[in-house]
Each structure stands twice: as C-alpha cells, then as structure tokens.
Design a protein around this ligand. Structure first.
Ligand SMILES: Cc1ncc(COP(=O)(O)O)c(C=O)c1O
Length: 298
C-alpha cells in the first residue's frame, strides 16, 4: 500500500520526480490535441500482471500513431516496475503515456517530435464498487457509436477520449452505472473502459471487431478455455444482450463486472451468474498465484 504522507513519485522523461514537480508544458501536443497514446497495467499483491503484453500493445499503438520513444520495451518495463516500487505500492494501477511533446513551431510536422514520456502509479482502481461487483451494474446502450477502423481504429489506446467522456455524461445523466456502444453497423462493440461478454446456453460470446483488444478480455478467453466453457467471437446485437443468461464487462480495473440491466431491461438470470462468478474466481486465483506476473520486489 502507498506509504502515508509520501508524495506520489512520477516518472517523467527519464526522471523520478515528486508529483508536485512533474509538470509538462502547456504547449504539449498531448494537452493541446489529445495527441498521444497510453496503456494501463495493474499490480496485485506485489505482482504486475501481463506486463509484456501491455508494453507490446503500447508499442503497437506507438507504431500505428507514428510516435517515437527514447526507451525500448525492456526499459519501459523496468521504468514501470521502478515507478511502482518508488511509490511503495503492492496493489496498483499504473498508467504509462507518450505524447507528441512540444513542437518546435506552432504548426509542425507531426512526424518530427520529441516525445513526452510519463508513468504514474496509483493504488489499485476498481471500476465498480463492492455493491456493483456483488449485485451487478445497470448498463446503458449509448446513443453514440464507437469508432471504426476507417476512422480512429479502437485498437489505438489513445488520449483522444472526448467521445468517451460524452458517452459517460449521457449514461450518468440517465442514471446508469456504465455504457456500451454499438459499432457503425449497429453491432455491440465495447464500453469506454471495458470489453463486453455474454453467456447464453453455456456458451461465452464476445464481439471480435471494432474494439480495443483488452488484455483482460484475452485473459477471460484463456480462462474460459481452461474451464471448458465454449467460446464464440461473433457479432452481437442489443437483442442478444437483453436475452442473454449472463452479461459482464472486463477490464484491468477489476476483472469481471456483472451486468444486471441493459437499457431498462432487467436480465433474467442472477448477476453475477454462475459462469461469470467462476471465471472471475479463476481470474483472481490466477493473479494471486502470480501467473503471468512480474514481481515488483525481486
Ligand atoms: C475502450 C476500452 N475497451 C476495453 C478496455 C479494457 O482493456 P483492458 O482489459 O486491457 O484493461 C479499455 C481499458 O481501458 C478501454 O479503454
């Protein structure tokens, strides 16, 4: 846990600084344009989960966004571990970010840039509270559509998140806990911070396209295989969700979050249902056992 009284330590461009001194320029393109990419990895009981997979996804975002970095994959991994260590955390959510930095001229060629590189770690963040985890959340189908691969491919984990914020405002104003949006063809895509799963007649379904490839989503697919639950990646509609036996979201912020209602329709089964409960149990057992884990204190 974070030590009392200690100011958080932030990694900024090669230095570990107290948060109050970790400032970036108001001319930074990340601030001005939301021009940058990031990733979020978590630590539980002193072990960082699937660090390599998160760093690899980050490097894919960088490559696709034409962003440079001064560190290689191993160095990013080391800096992430060191940031968690310096913050005295065992259970942590760690965000690492690269922006296009400060351009030399106001209107600059985006290919030429000096990136701003940041890592910060906070105590572990759960997407849902205790009650939502034990009784399920109310999920709204947003009026906003998700991006498609011919606009801003959802596989970019990028800083431009106004779209997400507007959808969250819409859902909160309507009294919902979270939301899911559809893709441009009207099929279920994902939420602003999570992927979506449903279960019907013992089969686990999740959308395959127009989504961020969530590391937790992939982990739940692996756990389903281990548990002998058949999986199908396919297009889903709102009708499919409303008539499912179980629905849940997945994210680095807490594993599975059960859903009890979709835009006014209470689901038939309990939330969490038996398969959601079992997969989430396997997820946390795997994390506690340090599987796919990188120890913070080695
Ligand atoms: C749009 C979106 N989808 C899905 C997820 C879940 O991904 P992960 O399981 O890697 O946390 C996130 C995480 O922040 C997200 O932003």
């Amino acid at each position: 846990m974070q030590q009392d009284q200690q100011e958080p330590v932030v990694y900024l461009n090669g230095e570990y600084l107290p948060a109050s001194r970790a400032g970036i320029s108001v001319f930074d393109q990340g601030f001005l344009l939301g021009d940058g990419v990031f990733d979020v990895v978590s630590a539980w009981k002193g072990s960082i989960f699937k660090l390599r997979q998160h760093v690899n996804r980050f490097f894919d975002s960088l490559q696709a966004a034409h962003l440079h970095t001064s560190l290689n994959r191993e160095q990013w991994g080391e800096a992430i571990i060191e940031t968690v260590r310096r913050n005295g955390l065992d259970d942590a959510s760690i965000r690492f970010i690269i922006t296009r930095g400060v351009p030399e001229q106001v209107v600059a060629d985006p290919r030429v840039h000096q990136p701003t590189e940041v890592i910060w770690a906070a105590p572990y963040i759960f997407l849902g509270d205790e009650q939502q985890r034990s009784q399920g959340i109310r999920l709204m189908v947003s009026q906003l559509r998700g991006f498609a691969s011919d606009t801003l491919d959802p596989r970019y984990k990028c800083l431009s998140r106004m779209h997400f914020q507007l959808a969250k405002v819409e859902a909160s104003a309507a009294g919902y806990d979270d939301l899911v949006w559809l893709n441009k063809d009207g099929f279920v895509a994902e939420g602003p911070a999570s992927n979506l799963f449903m279960i019907r007649d013992g089969i686990l379904y999740t959308p395959a396209v127009d989504i961020l490839h969530g590391i937790t989503r992939q982990t739940f697919l692996e756990l389903a295989e281990r548990a002998g639950v058949p999986v199908e990646l396919r297009q889903l509609t709102v009708y499919d969700l409303c008539t499912a036996d179980e629905v849940f979201t997945t994210s680095t912020a807490g594993g599975a979050l059960p859903v009890r209602e979709i835009s006014g329709r209470t689901l038939r089964g309990p939330a969490p249902g038996p398969i959601t409960r079992e997969l989430d149990r396997l997820y946390w057992a795997s994390r506690e056992a340090g599987e796919h884990g990188t120890p913070i204190h080695s």
